[in-house]
Design a protein around this ligand. Structure first.
Ligand SMILES: *[C@@H]1O[C@H](CO)[C@@H](O)[C@H](O)[C@H]1NC(C)=O
Ligand SMILES: *[C@@H]1O[C@H](CO)[C@@H](O)[C@H](O)[C@H]1NC(C)=O
Ligand SMILES: *[C@@H]1O[C@H](CO)[C@@H](O)[C@H](O)[C@H]1NC(C)=O
Ligand SMILES: *[C@@H]1O[C@H](CO)[C@@H](O)[C@H](O)[C@H]1NC(C)=O
Length: 164
């Protein structure tokens, strides 16, 4: 009886730990210091990969930059005329990569030809195992954590079943 109670407690603790995990481990916020004379092609290569559901948070100096979402030709030509969206209020702008595609952002204040243009490919989330390396250590850790907790729950359940 005593052992059965202990096993049940283990199951409950494991389940509680599962429930305590954030519902999604994928909502990464990626800060972009959006400023002139920065090559965002290089930036993209060193800050990726990027996944659907990630947020880009552009930080810029008020009145000295804007964030303009354009299509591929607008990006290639640094042309904001047919902007999909533009943002210039305040000092930051958060944008969710809510689709699996390449997003294009430029600054329309004249700094685009100098590199202030960002093409960012958002990918489908990789399967949870094995966790991705580098990009998102906390999410990888959370996924690993979830795996350990699940294993504990299964082991506890197995122990319980062996007793009955
Ligand atoms: C971008 O938008 C312009 C204007 O709407 C359009 O003419 C052009 O074909 C588009 N380019 C791409 C690559 O979609
Ligand atoms: C940004 O949007 C506003 C209003 O929607 C428009 O008046 C302005 O011309 C746009 N600027 C650029 C750079 O697309
Ligand atoms: C993604 O967000 C944009 C801008 O808010 C919206 O227009 C679009 O419908 C969204 N797409 C999906 C798949 O939710
Ligand atoms: C930015 O870096 C890329 C890759 O190294 C290079 O091809 C491109 O010409 C650079 N852009 C500018 C404006 O220097």
């Amino acid at each position: 009886m005593e052992r059965r109670v202990t096993a049940w407690t283990a199951v409950l603790v494991a389940l509680a730990a599962c429930a305590a995990l954030p519902a999604t481990t994928t909502a990464n916020k990626i800060s972009v210091n959006w400023m002139p004379n920065t090559n965002y092609t290089v930036w993209e290569q060193t800050h990726g990969p990027f996944y659907k559901g990630d947020w880009l948070v552009f930080y810029y100096t008020s009145g000295q930059a804007d964030v303009v979402e354009v299509n591929e030709s607008g990006y290639n030509r640094c042309d904001a005329t047919n902007a999909i969206y533009n943002y210039s209020k305040g000092r930051s702008f958060a944008f969710e990569l809510n689709e699996t595609k390449t997003y294009y952002f430029i600054c329309s204040f004249g700094y685009c030809p100098g590199g202030m243009k960002l093409a960012i490919k958002s990918q489908k989330l990789p399967p949870p195992s094995p966790p991705p390396s580098g990009h998102d250590k906390s999410a990888a850790l959370a996924r690993a954590h979830a795996g350990v907790v699940l294993y504990a729950a299964v082991a506890a359940l197995a122990a319980l079943l062996r007793m009955v």
